[in-house]
Design a protein around this ligand. Structure first.
Ligand code: AMP
Length: 326
């Protein structure tokens, strides 16, 4: 299942043709046709602030109905929009789309941007309504963590020790713990995650499998600004100068992918291309890696088999991450 999900995320970027690719392309086409053909009426969004409110409502829905769930931290953009719209197509006419907004304190380290993370709830409600979500679960901190720090947390496993996990110790423990809680609360049939946070979706896929959550995970391709920058809630921190420089992350990844497509197999050469492209603008590079997309193990010294290129960089105090399949 994991490989199929990854292929779903991979195929639209590479344009490779395979049975899965064709099926994916067809699904996307028919989904977008159905999105275009939907009547333009908007139903109001039900907003739930407590677990009890949500569970009371959830118990009134038919038990066999699809429930497609999109967890977010808010400050929504079109990247979140693609998850919510796809959730609507998956849920279908009789189904339900629920998004959550919760800026989860346990996934932020000391000195990170938890307190300044944007929280434009009214604008987010408007967007979710426009994208066709039916429900929003938006709890306060005390609702999710009534005893402050949870005593029991989810161990995210060894994939959480590298890359983002090495730079942000404890981050994926916080992510897995809050997503496990949300899955128990929302009880979805489908969970939609973005390829933009590749390591996160991989670890969460493993958590869903390893803990037997009864649901399907769908990984959705990264939505980008017209100049290629991956959409992110943190992009709004960037000043004009850093915003212009930030395009170098996707440029570097694309140049490296082009090298691989033209036969370059030396992982060090490919990673140097990513680093030099990003650092050339003055951004500082946290990591640039060519790895296997199912294990995140580096391709070293040669790139053999499926290859995911990952990069993380800092513009001032703002961290940006991105990835492409090569
Ligand atoms: P966040 O609000 O940043 O926690 O993101 C919520 C979900 O949206 C996660 O599954 C992200 O991977 C996904 N997401 C964020 N940005 C994008 C994007 N540019 N394209 C697709 N999915 C995204």
């Amino acid at each position: 299942m994991l490989f199929t999900l990854l292929r779903r995320a991979i195929v639209p970027q590479t344009g490779q043709k395979s049975g899965i690719a064709d099926r994916f392309t067809f699904q996307c086409f028919s989904l977008s046709m159905r999105i275009m053909m939907k009547p333009m009426t908007q139903s109001p969004l039900n907003i739930f602030r407590t677990v009890l409110e949500w569970r009371t409502f959830r118990s009134t829905l038919p038990p066999d109905q699809f429930m497609a769930f999109v967890p977010t931290m808010g400050a929504l953009h079109e990247g979140h929009g693609s998850l919510v719209k796809l959730a609507g197509e998956i849920a279908g006419r009789g189904g339900h789309v629920c998004a959550s907004i919760f800026v989860n304190p346990t996934q932020f380290g000391p000195g990170e941007d938890f307190t300044r993370y944007p929280r434009p709830l009214a604008a987010d409600v408007e967007l979710l309504t426009k994208w066709g979500a039916q429900s929003l679960f938006a709890p306060e901190g005390e609702e999710m963590y009534p005893h402050n720090e949870p005593a029991v947390t989810v161990d995210p496993g060894p994939m959480a020790d590298i890359l983002e996990g090495a730079i942000r110790p404890g981050h994926f423990r916080g992510v897995c713990t809050v997503v496990a809680k949300l899955l128990h609360i929302i009880a979805p049939t489908h969970l939609l995650l973005g390829q933009k946070d590749f390591q996160q979706q991989l670890i969460l896929c493993r958590m869903v499998m390893d803990f037997n959550f009864p649901l399907e995970v769908i990984t959705v391709p990264t939505v980008r600004e017209p100049d290629g920058l991956a959409m992110s809630s943190r992009n709004r921190y960037l000043n004009a100068d850093d915003r212009a420089k930030a395009t170098a992350i996707y440029d570097g990844l694309q140049r490296a992918a082009a090298q691989i497509h033209s036969g370059q197999r030396d992982a060090a050469v490919v990673c140097r291309t990513i680093r030099e492209t990003i650092a050339g603008t003055g951004l500082s590079v946290d990591y640039a890696l060519a790895c296997h997309p199912e294990t995140l193990q580096p391709h070293e010294p040669l790139i053999q088999g499926p290859c995911l290129l990952l990069a993380a960089a800092r513009a001032g105090s703002t961290r940006l991450i991105d990835n492409v399949m090569a």
